[in-house]
Design a protein around this ligand. Structure first.
Ligand code: AMP
Length: 190
């Protein structure tokens, strides 16, 4: 990688494939894959203070309060200057997106690309229900999609206005979506 760190943000509903695509992309581009969902699930398992605060939100499919999320992100980032990062599941609110911009600005950085993986609700729901995670019951999955539309979807416009949005059709197999993500992204990076 060159001198300027690459910061990728993955957007899209739960069930869009952000985790799977994030892992592949991170591997391919040597980025750190940072999934806030994974960080919270680990924190819950470990019974850490952040985990204790986050657990009920995870189980009910609500968003963890921004303050808790941002604390976890700040801790994780530490010294971001040397790192190329792929954020998965963060930011999820406009406030989080603004705070991420502030944080990156301190390091003289900005989001390089926001990759929006577009899948319709019925496909997202089908994928969520096939996954079997604790927060993937039908009721919770539907609620998470609602929360996504209300709080997270506006970020598509936020990043479009910032001129860094990349839209990718998320329908299809893992391989074909990965190919789309990669071809569109490599065209804009460096
Ligand atoms: P995910 O693995 O990205 O689907 O996230 C699982 C759950 O973790 C979400 O339903 C939220 O409860 C919580 N979570 C993960 N990332 C965030 C975030 N950036 N803001 C708020 N809550 C989050």
């Amino acid at each position: 990688m060159g001198e300027r760190p690459v910061i990728v943000v993955l957007l899209g509903p739960p069930g869009a494939g952000k985790g799977t695509q994030g892992e592949r992309l991170a591997c391919r581009m040597a980025l750190d894959h940072v999934s806030t969902g994974d960080l919270f699930r680990d924190a819950v398992t470990a019974g850490s203070p952040a985990g204790l605060r986050a657990e009920s939100y995870l189980l009910s499919g609500q968003l963890v309060p921004d303050q808790v999320v941002l604390q976890v992100i700040e801790e994780y980032m530490g010294d971001a200057r040397r790192r190329d990062i792929c954020f998965d599941g963060f930011p999820r609110t406009r406030n989080q997106a603004e705070k991420l911009d502030d944080l990156l600005r301190q390091f003289n950085l900005s989001v390089t690309a926001a990759v929006y993986i577009d899948v319709p609700d019925h496909i997202a729901l089908r994928r969520l229900l096939g996954r079997g995670r604790a927060d993937d019951t039908e009721e919770t999955a539907r609620h998470r999609l609602q929360v996504y539309h209300q709080d997270t979807e506006p970020l598509i416009d936020y990043y479009r206005k910032a001129g860094v949005l990349i839209e990718v059709d998320g329908i299809g197999g893992v391989e074909s979506v990965a190919r789309r993500v990669w071809t569109t992204l490599k065209a804009v990076i460096r």
